[in-house]
Each structure stands twice: as structure tokens, then as C-alpha cells.
Design a protein around this ligand. Sequence first.
Ligand SMILES: [Mn+2]
Length: 398
Amino acid sequence: MHHFTSTFFKKNRDKLSKVLPNSLVVLTAHSLIQKSADTTFPFRQDSSFWYMSGIDEPDILLVLNTKNGTSTLLVPEQNDYQKEWDGNLDFEALKTKSGVDLVDASESLEYILKKAKKSNLSICSLEPLAEKVEPYGFYSNPARRKLYERIKSIEPEPKEIRLEIARLRQVKQLEELTAIQSAIDITAETLKEVKKNLRHYQKEKDIERSITAGFYDRGANGHAYEPIIASGKNASIIHYMKNDAKLQENSLLLLDVGAQVHGYYAADISRTWAFGKSTERHRALYTAVLTLQEKAFSMLRPGVLLKEYQEELEVYAKKVFLPLGVKINRYPHGFSHFLGLDVHDAGDYGAPLPEGSVITVEPGIYLPDEGIGIRMEDNVLITKNGIKNLSSHIPKTL
Ligand SMILES: [Mn+2]
């Protein structure tokens, strides 16, 4: 993460301060989550907290007084076990990395909140997700809930600032674009190598292993999300992640993979290849997906509303697939999402698309009855007049 210095995080805090004058903003790091017995999942920071602080430690709070311009990290007290096993938290290093003015103890939060309330500052934070997040069926990180309880004991109605932060995060700065491009380039090189050796693989898992190694070898810190390597009918399951089947001869193989670099910046690329020979049917459907993607590219520019874009493309998709005997009632996924620190990145989905945002363009067709799934996914930057396809160097051939 050496490309991101305190200047970047300070700039982000300044931008947030500008849109939230006379406020006290409190953001929290994620908490560590139990995996099993006394082991934890690898720590993954809250992306908005990272964007504003650059800190990769759990349970730290960032407090931003936008009236007097001071920024403070509040650090929980470490017990003897943590000091011995995890090492002492280095306050100076936290300060250098984030560029904040002060580092204080976490217990000071209530005092700071009371003082801010007395001086009529608006107290702002990110509303926690539900404990269980539906329809996905997973449990959310508890950090925001814990913070929210503490805030609410002083300020019963804190201001929700999800959109204020999303609007900053969706417009990418130069160092972020460099990071995303490097994630895409690593993904491109790795896919090129895998395709060259495709006939040597027997199982989906063999390909996954090659891609994982390829990402690390090229300087990424792993996958930005669980990779999808889906052969034949598995490709018609949109979030297939088992990757444990034998590769089906003369069928299509769908790969949806992305490297992660500099902490968390992601690529999100899908390609569909023939394993063995492709049929005429495969080629006709593949061409239709490409046509749909070209249409999507041509529609994108600053000011576009993603909702209208989605609706128009769904109508177009029906038209493109009808001559192939495929009736689409409901399109199963979005054609685009923001990309950045998160694979499904923060952004204001209800507002006109801003210049400088990075989104995916990912049409697909899923036909379980025919054992076919095809998806084509590129990552594009919204420019002044249209788009720049950041992944155009990844070939699109069966
Ligand atoms: Mn995607």
C-alpha cells in the first residue's frame, strides 16, 4: 500500500469536511471476526474507514471535527495478551500513516461527543447494517453497531452520511486509478497465461490455483472476491463458487476473477472461453452477448442514470436474444456496478453517473437447460465524453 500516503487520506478527510461543515464525524474500523475456536478470519478493514484514515487495525475510531479541522484516532486499550501476541500498537506509526492530528484513548469518545453536542455540532456517522443482511443471509460486522450504541447514548439521532461518503468514493483519484489499472493488468496477464495453457487443465480447481498463484506472482495480494471458474452448466449458476468440477469437453468455461492490489483496490473481469470445440449455438449466443456489451458501452457517459441504462439494456437484451429462441422475462443481474475499494463499490446509484467513476459492464446469458452460461465483463472509466475501457487489452475470443 506504499502508493497511498497520508496526503491521500488527509485530502479525503478535507473533502468530507467541506460537505459536512460544523459537524463531528465518527467512523469506526471493522472488528475481528471469529473463524473457529480461538482463530479469526484474516482482518478486512471497513473500506470507508480505510479511505479516510489508511489504518488497517481493528476497532479504532476516527473522529473528525469539521469546524476546527482536527482529526483524531481513538485507540482501544490493549490487554496484556494482545500486547504479547499481536505486538504493541505504535501510536506514532498510526499518526504518520493517517496524517491525523491526535491519537487518544477510545474511552474519550463520550466526552468528545458531549462537548460537540454542547457546541451545537451535528454528530454524523454511518448507520449500521442489520445484524443479519438479507437476502444474502450473512451477518454484518458488529463494529458499526457497537459505535452506534455509544453515539446514541449521547445523540439519539445522529446524521447518516452514507451518501456523502459514497459520492466521494465513487469519483476516483489518480492514485486510485493507478491501483485499479494495476489490478486489471495483473488479472489480464494471469488470464492470458491460463488461456495459453488451457488444454493442460483437468479441473476447475486447477485453473483457480493457477490464477491465485498468478495474482500473487505478479504482486497482487490475492483475489478481490471469491473467484468463479465454471465449466458447462455450472456457468449458468451466477454465483457458482465451488470450482470443484471436472472441465467439460466441448463446452463453455466462464471465469469471473479479479486481483486485489494496494490493500483493497479491485479488478472484476469475466471472460467466457470454449474448452475444446465450440458449437454454432455457443458462437451465436457469445456474439449476442458481445453485441449487448457494445450497446452498453455506447450508452455510457457522464450524466447517465444507471436505472434508466439498466431498463433500456433489458429491452435491448430481449431483442438481441429473441431470434436465438431465448425469451428473457427478467434480467438476473445489474449490467453495471461501481468498482474500487470494494468490488461492489460505494456510489450514489440514484444520481447521474459522474465523470471519474469506474464501473463494470457485464452482460450475460444463463441457460441452465442448455448447460450454457456466458458473461463478458470489462471495467470502464467514465470520461468527459464517454468511457475508457480499462480492460480492453483482455482478448474476447472463444
Ligand atoms: Mn461484477
